[in-house]
Design a protein around this ligand. Structure first.
Ligand code: CS2
Ligand code: MG
Length: 402
């Protein structure tokens, strides 16, 4: 089998997505998600100008050799743009391989390790009661794991609190909008939220929270400590994780489980965090961490240190990533939980898929490949619209982490 052509499809059904489609001389094609929220065209150009010319003529079944060619051959290794491009190629090649074998992708990884995968949804509200009511809705829908985010009094906006409850799309403007932040206010209000949630719902539901990179290590240690009585499933992105050893300080002070990694793109970004058991869940994804081929390596390293997977699954990862992730989740022995943020109806129309949701769990389906396709005709109806993630400033105007 030979790769004869590949194309990049940029479409924007309610939000921007970049999809790579690889064609073979045997009529089998595969698709991969290349979406990098706010930098979509950088990945599209990387694929169009620097990757696709090298693919023609290669054997699509040699996914490992192609991965090594694209990683080592780039010379300038790692980074979100390069690794999202490699991820899209890798996902498309695994899709082709599984279709050629006539099997759902999870079978090629080693078969299922569980019947379905637990997912978590995003409950959020302007205040405690509204957030609690949203948590109740997710429990009603059958979710056993729910992330809870609340608005912080005195702040105009807070990460994770959306106007449209079921959909949260942070890339909200043609140029970056400005948010304002106060860690002091935030630290006062979050423990009160989880006190209320445990009081109303007990300890059955898994509750998660995303700090979204906004604290210093000692502040994160304080928050983790103050949440211990509420037994969170995880506290996510407590601090920005370029400085992996910063997590030693957090770990010294609290037993609240820690999750990091949605912005990571290679094993090197999390090697120390995993080997020193500074985290409990690794959040790397199929779409940003080099595809199935590299994500398996990260998961296998994590398994040696009791770290479980908790793949990122926001709306800015397309259904192609979600589908491939669910196959990975069904197989991976050290699975924790999969994030599942609903896509809009328009998006679901552009990306027909075999995966399904039932009572708080998901299954990728058993169609050969990863089970997700792209309706090119429909995709063409939604042209790209530049959209940036916000930026975030402290109350005194200092640029901070969004
Ligand atoms: C968030 C993401 O889902 C999460 O855990 O951190 O929604 C993140 O804000 C977006 O993916 C950024 O594009
Ligand atoms: Mg997050």
């Amino acid at each position: 089998m030979k790769i004869v052509n590949a194309k990049v499809i940029v479409t924007s059904p309610d939000r921007n997505f970049v999809t790579l489609k690889i064609f073979t001389d045997e009529g089998v094609y595969g698709i991969g998600d290349a979406t990098l929220n706010g930098r979509e065209l950088a990945v599209a150009a990387y694929l169009q100008e620097h990757v696709i010319p090298c693919l023609t003529g290669k054997d699509p079944l040699q996914s490992e050799d192609i991965w090594q060619f694209l990683y080592r051959g780039a010379y300038w290794r790692r980074g979100p743009v390069t690794m999202s491009a490699i991820a899209a190629v890798d996902t498309a090649l695994w899709d082709i391989k599984a279709k050629a074998a006539g099997m759902p992708l999870y079978q090629l990884l080693g078969g299922k390790s569980r019947d379905s995968v637990m997912v978590y949804g995003h409950a959020n509200g302007r205040d405690i009661e509204e957030t609690a009511d949203e948590v109740a809705k997710y429990i009603e829908l059958g979710y056993r794991a729910i992330r809870a985010q609340r608005g912080i009094p005195g702040l105009g906006s807070t990460y994770g609190v959306s106007t449209d409850k079921m959909f949260y799309e942070p890339a909200d403007a043609e140029l970056p909008s400005e948010n304002s932040w106060s860690s002091e206010r935030y630290l006062d209000h979050v423990p009160v939220l989880f006190d209320r949630l445990r009081d109303r719902f007990g300890f059955e539901p898994h509750l998660l929270h995303d700090v979204h990179h906004r604290l210093t290590p000692i502040e994160a240690a304080r928050l983790g400590k103050s949440l211990e009585d509420y037994r969170l499933y995880w506290l996510e992105d407590a601090v920005t994780a370029e400085n992996q050893e910063g997590f030693r300080l957090i770990r010294q002070h609290t037993v609240t489980p820690l999750a990091v990694g949605e912005v990571f793109n290679t094993i090197w970004d999390c090697k120390q965090l995993i080997e020193e058991q500074l985290i409990d869940y690794i959040r790397t994804t199929v779409a940003h961490a080099g595809g199935i081929t590299h994500l398996r390596r990260i998961a296998d390293l994590a398994a040696l240190y009791h770290v479980r997977t908790g793949c990122h699954g926001a709306t800015d990862l397309s259904p192609v990533c979600m589908g491939a992730a669910l196959h990975f989740d069904l197989w991976v022995p050290n699975f924790g939980v999969q994030e599942y943020m609903l896509h809009s109806e328009k998006t679901e129309g552009v990306f027909p898929h075999a995966y399904s949701f039932d009572k708080g769990s998901m299954h990728p389906g058993d169609t050969p490949g990863h089970g997700v396709d792209i309706d090119e005709e429909l995709a063409a109806k939604y042209p790209y619209q530049r959209a940036y993630l916000p930026v975030n400033r402290l109350q005194d105007g200092t640029m901070w982490n969004w």
